[in-house]
Design a protein around this ligand. Structure first.
Ligand SMILES: Cc1ncc(COP(=O)(O)O)c(C=O)c1O
Length: 443
């Protein structure tokens, strides 16, 4: 298949009109990688190449590609009710999906606010925190805590919380009053698998902020339980627990950004359950609809929902926030169908069972000379290579090389992140690792 064929279907032979996100536009357009088909564990490119999807595309296609159950549910929903107003009017799907999400969330998470992406979920969570503190008479809590190397999406709230330099240096106007915990990467702990026994004390940075700024001025702490986009940094044992304890002692809201870890990536519905630490708010997106339709969500614990809603007069709007497409009927249908698949196929359990085999396979790469670090937990692993003098350049080149060698692996800087769909069999893991070894041993 040549490039002209799929593009002709869409009546264009030019790639120029689309300014692509998070992409080297000029480099890409000189040598494009166009996916024209996807099914199960694979993508197919415009030249006919078959590519194993090693990162569940962007961590979202957890149940594999081309799930006809989702397509049929969305189709039926579009014929039944394609769209109805999101504000002051409801449709059955949103209540059903919120109930489903609540069922797999830990107690006391019983309230779900829908967005269209992880970035919107983060900005929604920021506003939820502000509304909560205001409702309980603590509007002086103006400071937010995030962490170096964090990724919380691309809206201004998320960029303000971002700890990845490339994502923020070009955008200097961000929210004020954000302070950063140190990241949890430690060169001395390289190649440690799962949660390290060392490093919990890094959470004491939060205690220092309490002592520097006053605990009563801090609104919330945002952390990804596993820092995903920076390259799979797993929390040290006791780290999340310590953050929780300091938040409790100071009335600070703890937000887990589970956009990547939510929906089974760590073998449990959420990282909160996998690591046994309960936050107050959980953001999610990605696998919620298996990538078929954009959707994100924010789950609030009862205390936050009830405080915000009860603070407003009866009949009043309590939270002045929402999107035209919050809880879009098609997205809700996709989410419900995705849940059916997760449940019917036991995919979270399957992810848990595959984890050891997957991590063993990743760690089998340890002998390759160019590898600087391996880290991971559940079904997510970071494979970091030594940079070549200019950090990130090798990673960019590797992402392209892997693609042409038949493996999609998302790179961030010089770290490739493997996060296979939960339908993966051991043979798929073997195939991923074989391609990894073949390419990495040539460096
Ligand atoms: C932890 C985390 N938060 C937020 C986001 C942003 O999600 P989206 O790209 O859907 O806006 C991402 C995306 O990768 C993420 O990994």
């Amino acid at each position: 298949m040549n490039l002209a064929e799929p593009l002709q279907k869409f009546a264009t032979n030019s790639l120029e009109a689309h300014w692509m996100p998070f992409s080297g536009n000029r480099d890409f357009k000189a040598n494009p990688r166009i996916v024209v088909k996807s099914k199960g564990m694979y993508l197919w490119d415009h030249k006919g190449g078959k590519i194993l999807d090693g990162t569940s595309s962007l961590f979202n296609v957890a149940a594999g590609h081309g799930r006809s159950e989702i397509a049929k549910a969305v189709h039926a929903q579009m014929l039944q009710n394609d769209y109805s107003p999101a504000f002051q009017v409801g449709h059955p799907g949103s209540f059903a999906l919120a109930a489903k999400v609540s069922q797999i969330l830990p107690e006391p998470f019983n309230h779900v606010f829908f967005t269209n992406s992880g970035s919107e979920a983060i900005d929604t969570a920021l506003k939820m925190v502000m509304a909560y503190h205001r409702a309980r008479g603590q509007a002086q809590r103006i400071r937010f805590v995030s962490r170096e190397r964090a990724y919380h999406g691309v809206n201004i709230g998320g960029v303000s919380l971002s700890g990845m330099v490339k994502n923020r240096e070009a955008f200097p106007v961000t929210m004020p009053n954000i302070v950063m915990l140190r990241h949890t990467f430690d060169a001395d702990r390289r190649f440690e698998r799962g949660q390290s026994e060392r490093g919990a004390e890094l959470a004491d940075d939060l205690q220092r902020f309490v002592e520097t700024y006053g605990g009563a001025t801090i609104a919330a702490v945002f952390v990804e339980p596993v820092a995903g986009s920076t390259g799979a940094l797993v929390p040290p044992k006791g780290y999340l627990e310590r953050l929780r304890a300091i938040c409790d002692a100071n009335g600070i809201v703890l937000v887990f950004d589970e956009v990547i870890t939510g929906f089974g990536r760590l073998g449990k519905p959420f990282a909160a359950q996998a690591y046994g630490v309960m936050p107050d708010i959980i953001t999610m997106a990605k696998a919620l609809t298996n990538g078929a339709i954009p959707m994100g969500a924010v789950a609030a614990c009862d205390e936050i929902y009830e405080t915000v809603t009860n603070a407003a007069p009866e009949n009043a709007i309590e939270f002045f926030h929402g999107y035209t497409y919050s809880a879009h009927p098609a997205a809700c249908a996709a989410g419900l169908a995705t849940f059916d698949i997760f449940e019917r196929e036991g995919l979270f359990e399957k992810a848990a069972v595959l984890s050891d085999y997957f991590l063993d396979a990743v760690w089998s790469l340890k002998d390759i000379e160019c590898i600087y670090d391996l880290r991971g937990d559940g079904l997510i692993a970071g494979i970091e290579v030594h940079h070549d003098g200019e950090p990130g350049r090798r990673g960019q080149e590797l992402q392209k090389r892997f693609f042409w060698e038949g493996l999609h692996v998302k790179f961030t800087g010089d770290t490739g992140i493997l996060a296979p769909p939960f339908i993966a069999e051991r043979t798929h893991v073997d195939e991923m690792i074989d391609i990894m070894r073949r390419v990495l041993t040539t460096l």
